[in-house]
Design a protein around this ligand. Structure first.
Ligand code: ZN
Length: 339
């Protein structure tokens, strides 16, 4: 009864790229790299199906990083001369490309892996794209001089790719917006509007993933400063409730997010994070079912999707695979208990 899905990314196998890194180096180039990306995509589709998940993703095997995987195919960006910039309100430094001219797509961005994924699963296929606000926070602007203007320019490009992914047979297009939990006022002011621009004309299901980031040290330290109750979602959820986005995620497992935040999302499908990506301990089905049970106080049965808190890209591969199985087993147990 309770559907299951992952946030998006999965660990890259060690023959494809460096492991347990946010910006891993590829192990091959050219056609060999394409083949390795295709193989890794198939491997994770199989693993998700074997685990028993309902919604399948490509695991983001074909992109180095969830934002730069999109940006590197955009004209007007100097990807060769990256600069160091503090991102997510200076939480950590990253090597980011520079926007130096008007933005335009060089061509299709994710056609290769979307088509492979579509050809190899009959289940619902979800595909992730970075959200406009998070992109703006992960590139250096040397051209637009205006965050909102640049976000809208990216939103237009995202929309072009999203429409093409829909034509490729993708069922759910999800935009990842961790920046919404960092710049809460701006997210409500223009972040959601930029997201809606990116979704314009889509008839497939649309989703937004908002989180407290990957389980990396900088994020874990940041979370320690957020106090006892994490209320970041409180500002943006009402704006999202009024938007045309169908599904919204939030972190639950081992998180300090008050569960009643879900009440702000009435009418939306809620992707409830029941898998902690910042811990290597694999959740038990019992714990997951319990978290789903608690979430049911605030979200109706038909709107609850059991999900991971965030992507699992920097995790150990075996642990990630065990967590996929736990997710499916926990949701099954919850279905038996609360169905
Ligand atoms: Zn995330």
């Amino acid at each position: 009864m309770f559907k299951t899905a992952i946030a998006g990314s999965l660990p890259k196998p060690n023959w494809l790229a460096e492991t347990e890194k946010l910006w891993p180096e590829w192990k091959f180039d050219g056609d060999e790299l394409l083949q390795a990306k295709a193989d890794a995509t198939l491997l994770w589709i199989k693993a998700q199906e074997d685990a028993g998940l309902d919604v399948i993703g490509d695991g983001e095997m074909a992109r180095q990083h969830f934002v730069h995987g999109f940006v590197e195919h955009v004209e007007g960006i100097d990807f060769d001369n990256k600069v160091t910039m503090g991102i997510r309100n200076n939480r950590y430094d990253a090597q980011v490309p520079q926007v130096v001219a008007p933005l335009r797509l060089k061509g299709r961005i994710h056609e290769f892996e979307a088509r492979i994924a579509r050809a190899h699963t009959k289940k619902k296929l979800k595909f992730t794209l970075p959200g406009p606000m998070t992109i703006v926070d992960t590139v250096a602007d040397r051209y637009y001089g205006d965050k909102v203007k640049m976000a809208m320019a990216f939103a237009e490009l995202l929309n072009q790719e999203a429409l093409a992914l829909q034509a490729d047979g993708v069922d759910i297009i999800q935009f990842d917006e961790p920046a919404f939990n960092v710049y809460m006022d701006e997210a409500a002011d223009w972040g959601v509007a930029a997201l809606e621009r990116a979704c314009q004309g889509l008839t497939c299901t649309t989703a937004v993933h908002i989180c407290y980031g990957y389980g990396i040290e900088a994020n874990n330290k940041w979370k320690e400063t957020l106090g006892h109750e994490w209320r970041q979602y409180e500002k943006v959820f009402p704006a999202l409730a009024k938007s045309n986005i169908d599904q919204v995620s939030l972190e639950c497992m081992h998180s300090h997010v008050p569960m009643d935040m879900m009440k702000l999302l009435e009418g939306k499908d809620v992707m409830v994070g029941v898998i902690d990506v910042a811990s290597d301990r694999v959740e038990t089905p019992e714990e997951i079912a319990e978290t789903i049970g608690q979430a049911l106080q605030y979200v109706s049965k038909d709107h609850l999707i059991a999900c991971t808190n965030c992507g699992m890209a920097p995790m150990n591969r075996d642990i990630a695979e065990a967590k996929l199985k736990a997710l499916a087993e926990g949701a099954k147990l919850a279905s038996e208990r609360f169905g």
